[in-house]
Design a protein around this ligand. Structure first.
Ligand SMILES: Cc1cc2nc3c(=O)[nH]c(=O)nc-3n(C[C@H](O)[C@H](O)[C@H](O)COP(=O)(O)O)c2cc1C
Length: 147
C-alpha cells in the first residue's frame, strides 16, 4: 500500500511530530501542501491530510489544496490534527474530502502545545504535547491501516 501524508505545522511543529509517527509506521512519504508530489495523488492508495488547528480550522494551505484537487474515485483518505483544546475539529476537512469523492477511512487528533494569544502570557497550555502517549496512539492509529 502506497501512502502519502500531506501536512502543515506552523505553530510549534506539533502536527509535524504526529505526521512523522504516522508516516514512519506506514512507510509513507511526507509532503507539505505546496510540494509537487500533491499533483501525483493518483499514485497513492491512501492519503493523509493534517495540520494544527487555527481559528477552529485546519491550516488554510490544506483546505485550499483539497478545494483545488480534481474529483477522485475510490481513493482512501484520513485526516489528523493537533489543537489547543480537545474539541474535534476534523469535520469540515472530512466533509471537503468526501465532497471530492474521497472515502475518509479514519481520523486522529490530539492536543498540542499552544501559546496563541492569551495563552502566551501563562507560558502556553499543553506543555510537552504531543507527548509519548500521543505518539503511541498515533502509531496505533496508523497501524490499523496495515491490518
Ligand atoms: C493563530 C492560531 C490560532 C489557533 N486557534 C485554535 C483554535 O481555534 N482551537 C484550538 O483548539 N487551538 C487553536 N490553536 C492552537 C493550535 O491548534 C495548536 O497549538 C496546534 O498544536 C498547533 O499545531 P502546529 O504546531 O503543528 O502548528 C491556535 C494556534 C494559533 C497559532
Amino acid at each position: 500500500m502506497k501512502v502519502l501524508v500531506v501536512y502543515n505545522s506552523v505553530h510549534h511543529g506539533n502536527t509535524e511530530k504526529i505526521a512523522k509517527v504516522i508516516a514512519d509506521e506506514l512507510k509513507a512519504k511526507m509532503v507539505k501542501p505546496t510540494e509537487g508530489e500533491v499533483n501525483r495523488l493518483s499514485e497513492y492508495d491512501l492519503i493523509g491530510f493534517g495540520s494544527g488547528i487555527y481559528m477552529s480550522k485546519h491550516h488554510e494551505s490544506i483546505l485550499q489544496l483539497v478545494e483545488k484537487l480534481p474529483a477522485v474515485k475510490d481513493k482512501k483518505a484520513f485526516v489528523f490534527c493537533t489543537s489547543g483544546s480537545s474539541k474535534n475539529y476534523n469535520k469540515p476537512l472530512k466533509e471537503k474530502l468526501t465532497a471530492k469523492g474521497f472515502q475518509v477511512v479514519g481520523e486522529f487528533s490530539c492536543k498540542g502545545f499552544d501559546t496563541y494569544g492569551p495563552f502566551k502570557l501563562i507560558g502556553g497550555i499543553n506543555k510537552g504535547r504531543p507527548n509519548e502517549e500521543d505518539c503511541r496512539k498515533a502509531q496505533e492509529f496508523a497501524h490499523s491501516f496495515l491490518k
